[in-house]
Design a protein around this ligand. Structure first.
Ligand SMILES: [Zn+2]
Length: 70
């Protein structure tokens, strides 16, 4: 096998490892406590402060904006 090919393969592997480590360190480590990482919430409970008396939220999680992690 050509040594230059081995060098290129090792470089590619190094880049992949670096990318994985980098993405782990960049935020998004903690699972959102409001949607448990799903990015969506289905909330409904009585809320005296709400105009209709109910807190209703069905859809994208406002805490993580649908990402599931904070
Ligand atoms: Zn969330």
């Amino acid at each position: 096998m050509d040594p230059s090919i081995i060098f290129i393969v090792m470089m590619v592997i190094a880049v992949i490892i670096f990318t994985v480590i980098n993405s782990r360190n960049k935020g998004g480590r903690n699972v959102c406590t409001r949607c448990d990482g799903t990015g969506e919430v289905h909330e409904k409970w009585p809320d005296p402060n709400a105009p209709n008396g109910w807190h209703i939220l069905d859809g994208i999680c406002p805490k993580c904006k649908g990402k599931g992690k904070v």
